[in-house]
Design a protein around this ligand. Sequence first.
Ligand SMILES: Nc1ncnc2c1ncn2[C@@H]1O[C@H](COP(=O)(O)OP(=O)(O)OP(=O)(O)O)[C@@H](O)[C@H]1O
Length: 237
Amino acid sequence: MSHASTAPTALLDVRDLVVRYGPVTAVDGVSFTVAAGETVGLYGPSGCGKSSTAHAVLRLRRPQSGRIWFDGTELTSLSERRLRPLRPRLQPVFQDPYGSLSPRRRIRDQLAEPLRVHGLRAPAAVPGRVAELLGLVGLEPSCGDRFPHELSGGQCQRAGIARALACEPRLIVLDEPVSALDPSLRAGIVNLLLDLQQDLGLGYLFICHDPVLVRHFCDRVLTMRGGRVSTGGWQSG
Ligand SMILES: Nc1ncnc2c1ncn2[C@@H]1O[C@H](COP(=O)(O)OP(=O)(O)OP(=O)(O)O)[C@@H](O)[C@H]1O
């Protein structure tokens, strides 16, 4: 049986992905899998195609070719309408902790929104779940009453992670989630992500250009260069 016709068993299965911007080929035939509970790193220098790969996985950008399977469903051919019920299960956490949240709404309301929109909790159970989410990411209950600009960068990134968790994801795409933070705060966020993965069995696709961090954090690392994944597993630099 050929690879293309093999039924995917991984949580995420990306095959022969190609992303172009006009004449620029940003991703050139990339294939990889992420299993439930596994962290796979996409590592490489600026411009090698990491974010374009992540955006295609999140369906923020349609690839020119290739197939992306998530939890047994092929995403690339799905209409927006049929993709909608899957979206909560596949969540992003981006580099800029303030940019991931709405500046004009209290954290509590931003955590409650996906619970209501996706029907994940009955209205009466929403405040309790919001408190639970704040606790899961190590934020004081009072943080729920604040606006993003009233939180530190680290607190704000925790709130962004809580918002992703509110959707009850199976896979989180972590696009440089600590690189905008003060170095003293990074270990706290990394350890939080590792603890959450252990407790919730999450799969992580971890986009990173820091060789030390990617090695520490990931079960497997794919090194990208010029839109392609180098063969031979881990390569430094
Ligand atoms: N919207 C766009 N329009 C045109 N070219 C783009 C666009 N986004 C990315 N590119 C180009 O695609 C290539 C891959 O970029 P991409 O952002 O995916 O790489 P990256 O590894 O994530 O880099 P960085 O770490 O700097 O974000 C680069 O040559 C980049 O200039």
